[in-house]
Ligand binder design. Structure first.
Ligand code: PHB
Length: 392
């Protein structure tokens, strides 16, 4: 289409017709998110914050308008892969941003790598993608699964004297990687895993049988990874089952995400978590983000939103460096050159792995006015993953 258009313009000019100056080629950004399925709420939140980010940081760079093309992964690997192919082959996007699920990220990795399409992962934490299966074309602004969970094993032993844990997570790449990262440091610090369970990814109808297992194992702490609707359900059922007061609950901090903690209410009180962002962070860039998000959507922003907002900014800043060029090598170099002060603090892409280097916040959930909110207990500064087999 574009080539035909240029020919037409050329022919017109040859005929000495004066045409208005044409805008430079657009930069096409594929937005690959779950708009349906178990992570639909997360995807919608990220879409909103990504758009807020482009509105704030620029919808145009050096005369090139930035165009977004959305595609739904349905939170499923086969759909994620076919939509990635559609974005690249049919929509001819210059880069892709998004992806919530580690399983979807794993499914699209070889295709974006083979087609040399820059992919900015704005959530999925799949360790392999910035580890053994890293790629120069895959950059991550969100986190790796072990980056979030690694420090909690040691922290819970040292700060809460927990000696035994029951692990529970969705049965897919992210769930297993997170539990392994926790297990490694928990056991190294002298803790023991006394039981574990892995329900299938999706809406679990009834956590009752799992909760009975936890009760029978009687651990010092239950450590979990759940997100989205199942996180709300798990937190409420843990309370209703009578476990809340008996066995402390901790986990990867999405259990009590700012996106849905209000729906959990008092059932979330006392839960311990670790995450790369909490709304309480006292930084000018965070106040600005929270205020702008609230003005537009009538609610506060979440960590999912921050990752998308920061990704929009990374894309705009990188394009400024390249002068609007989407030439792959220039763009990839530019991603490494950007350092920005975002809502969660300084954000840098580690050139060794292409994973983000960032602070991890350890928090507990406390009553805050008539609601509940994450209260920061500790900050682990500038957490940088080891290369984990990545040879970039
Ligand atoms: C993931 O699949 O990597 C994932 C999904 C949802 C989260 C965190 C990680 O909240």
């Amino acid at each position: 289409m574009r080539a035909l258009f240029r020919c037409a313009v050329g022919a017109a000019l040859a005929g000495a017709v004066t045409l208005p100056l044409q805008a430079a080629d657009p930069v096409k950004v594929g937005v690959l998110l779950p708009y349906t399925g178990v992570f639909a709420g997360l995807g919608k939140d990220m879409d909103q914050a990504l758009n807020l980010g482009f509105d704030r940081f620029g919808r145009e760079v050096a005369g090139h308008p930035i165009e977004l093309v959305t595609a739904d992964t349905e939170s499923k690997p086969p759909s994620g892969l076919s939509q990635a192919k559609k974005l690249i082959l049919q929509d001819k996007v210059d880069m892709i941003v998004g992806i919530v699920s580690s399983a979807v990220a794993g499914a699209v990795r070889n295709y974006v790598h083979g087609s040399k399409t820059p992919l900015i992962i704005a959530n999925a934490g799949n360790d392999d993608l910035t580890g053994a299966k890293c790629s120069p074309y895959v950059v991550r602004t969100s986190f790796s699964n072990s980056q979030i969970n690694r420090d909690m094993g040691t922290w819970l032993v040292e700060n809460r004297s927990f000696k035994s844990a029951f692990l529970m997570a969705f049965d897919y790449a992210a769930g297993h990687q997170m539990m392994e990262a926790f297990r490694a440091t928990f056991t190294a610090a002298g803790g023991k895993v006394v039981g574990e369970a892995y329900p299938p990814l999706g809406e679990t109808k009834d956590f009752g049988p799992y909760l009975a297992k936890i009760k029978a194992a009687a651990p010092d702490v239950t450590y979990v990874f759940f997100a989205g609707g199942p996180a709300i359900k798990f937190v409420k059922e843990y309370d209703a089952f009578g476990l809340k007061g008996a066995i402390p609950l901790a986990g990867a901090g999405w259990l009590t995400s700012a996106l849905y903690i209000q729906k959990e209410g008092a059932a979330a009180e006392g839960i311990l978590g670790a995450l790369n962002y909490v709304p309480a962070i006292d930084l000018p860039a965070n106040h600005e983000f929270q205020q702008a998000f609230k003005e537009r959507h009538g609610r506060g922003g979440s960590e999912f939103g921050v990752q998308a907002y920061d990704s929009a900014r990374l894309i705009v800043e990188a394009l400024k460096i390249t002068g609007g060029s989407t030439a792959t090598e220039k763009l990839l170099k530019a991603f490494h050159a950007v350092s920005l002060e975002g809502p969660r603090g300084t954000l840098r892409i580690d050139p060794r792995t292409n994973n983000v280097i960032q602070n991890i916040y350890v928090f507990d959930v406390r009553k805050a006015g008539d609601t509940v909110a994450a209260h920061v207990l500790d900050v682990v500064k500038d957490v940088q993953d080891p290369p984990n087999g990545c040879g970039l």
